[in-house]
Design a protein around this ligand. Sequence first.
Ligand code: PDD
Length: 287
Amino acid sequence: MTRVVYVNGQYTPYAQAGIHAEDRGFQFGDAVYEVMEVKAGQLVDETRHMARLDRSLKELRIAPPMTLAAWSRVLRETVRRNRVHDGLVYLQVSRGARPRDFLFPGPDVRPTVVCVARSASKAKADAQAEKGIAVITQPDIRWGRCDIKTVMLLPASLAKETAKAQGAKEAWFVDDDGFVTEGASSNAWIIDKDGRLITRKTDAHILPGITRQVVLDMIEKEKLELVIRPFTVAEAKAAREAFITSATNHVMPVVSIDGAPVGNGAPGLLAQKLRNGYYLSAEISSH
Ligand code: PDD
């Protein structure tokens, strides 16, 4: 089967799909994106992901190039044409292309829209969750608006490379005061010795994760104890459990931080429970 990519209104075979050489996403990182899970051919948490895309576009003053209904059609058609049963769909919108200039182009320049869908093994992710993942910590060298989901992902890419070189799956960014901000592509959580779930508030320093919000809803429903506050690396190492959340990982237990085991070094029970309950709280849309 030939994979196809949606680019500016056309579904093009993967190898032939391309965008302009002077696209601002390419030259300035002037683009935003979303990653959504596809489960049994359906989109998970589409409403919230699209609301966040809308906010990201507004923050960068990029006029939304299509309506919510049109986005929805593009997402579904890309998933359908690529026959993705379980996997993810990636949507990127840049400010568009024109000869290189720091200043924004006028309204005549149309945003560039790209949508890609691909399969991912659910069994592989579940096997990973049964073992848990190792994380390392890295200084947070990103910019001051991490709440906007832009494609400026070089610090995340560098941090993940460092993590991989050390046998870890994710890097946790740490701010100048020693507090964990978030993962390179996930939100960070710990559970203290008293069973309290701890995660930091959303502000300009982290992405307001959709999965984080679904887990917060579960916590409220289950009447679990929650403390919204930042935590230090030392606290995380001394925690009973730790985990990350993201659209591609759901709830993924963290079993070591910088080589030190978290709890007994095995995935925690509460993290596993939240993982198992995820689809009960997520929105799965068929439209
Ligand atoms: N990343 N924080 C950062 C920096 C992220 O890049 C992501 C997601 C998250 C979690 O957000 P959500 O729960 O909405 O997926 C937090 C995606 C998966 C990615 O870049 O591939």
